[in-house]
Ligand binder design. Structure first.
Ligand code: URA
Length: 307
């Protein structure tokens, strides 16, 4: 019988995964609170195993112990000052800001991974699907909720719709590693009595999960957000007047431009090249907003076919 993962296992796995991601992005140092260092040292000097997993309760993670001032001092000690940017997407951030953001995102991820605010989803999920990509990226994609593939892998947009999204991102000249991808809901909506199929998140679920996405956006501070599909638009902007009306027109989310567009799963179902061109035109507007040069080839994608 497969062993049940405890909250502790999920937390440790998620944290290690996040550290790996940061390493891949070129981050080499993380500021650590003195209390944490002391606790780690105590553990290693006594060669004790990690504390046993708690099956009953994990206290909500405390607010980030690290103040920007402490982080600044820690990083300056390690690297000297001034310090060069560590990851390409963060060219205008000091290394201290990058480290502080990475630590805050790790802390947020830790809280999300053990979230039980929707008990039915906490019960049915295999993984919490927090988000992936460059936390310094100017471009963020927000979808609806994880499907079965995403739930199984713990990563957003990895199924068929995700593969299409990945191709779109590449056609824009980016990669999954240079943008940030997240969902309105971090858990797969359950489908009781069914082992397949998806359902739209309820208004209550979206409201309950919204603080995680808000914090992600607040930390990443993207220049542009792409809202994929009607549910993402509803979750972000509270607008329900239909994606075909809203798409192609920048909206505002607390000062950040949001481009609503069709969800990639709609593109997969639609035969129409004209619809693909519409989505592509939305992405061209996004590139323009980001001041990214657009090639002639990019301008013409899907053009002849939809004429
Ligand atoms: N659809 C979404 O909206 N999000 C995912 O992560 C996968 C499919």
């Amino acid at each position: 019988m497969p062993l049940m993962k405890t909250d502790w296992d999920v937390l440790v796995e998620g944290f290690l995964g996040h550290l790996e991601e940061l390493k891949e992005q070129g981050v080499r140092f993380l500021p650590v609170a003195p209390q944490t260092l002391a606790a780690l040292e105590a553990l290693s000097s006594k060669a004790r195993p990690l504390p046993p997993p708690s099956r009953t309760r994990i206290d909500p993670a405390p607010a980030l112990l690290l103040t920007p001032e402490k982080a600044q001092a820690a990083v300056a000690r390690i690297e000297g000052s001034p310090v060069a940017p560590l990851v390409p997407g963060a060219a205008n951030l000091s290394a201290v800001d990058q480290h502080t953001r990475a630590a805050a995102m790790a802390e947020l991820r830790g809280r999300a991974l053990v979230c039980r605010k929707c008990p039915h989803l906490a019960q049915s999920r295999k993984n919490v699907v927090f988000g992936i990509g460059d936390i310094h990226s100017p471009l963020m994609f927000v979808g609806e909720a994880p499907g079965a593939d995403e739930d199984a892998q713990g990563e957003p947009f990895v199924g068929a719709a995700g593969q299409l999204l990945t191709r779109m991102i590449r056609a824009m000249g980016f990669s999954r590693e240079t943008v940030y991808i997240a969902n309105i809901l971090k858990c797969r909506p359950d489908t009781p009595g069914q082992s397949f199929g998806n359902r739209k998140p309820t208004a209550e679920e979206m409201k309950t999960c919204a603080p995680y996405l808000l914090e992600q956006i607040g930390l990443i501070q993207p220049k542009v957000i792409v809202a994929l599909g009607a549910t993402a638009v509803e979750g972000l902007l509270g607008r329900r007047e239909g994606i075909s009306r809203l798409r192609g027109h920048f909206q505002d989310f607390r000062g950040t431009p949001v481009m609503p567009t069709y969800h990639p799963s709609y593109l997969l179902r639609s035969e129409s090249l004209a619809v693909k061109r519409q989505v592509w035109e939305d992405m061209l507007q996004v590139l323009e907003k980001l001041n990214v040069p657009i090639t002639e080839k990019q301008r013409n994608y899907f053009l002849k076919a939809s004429a």
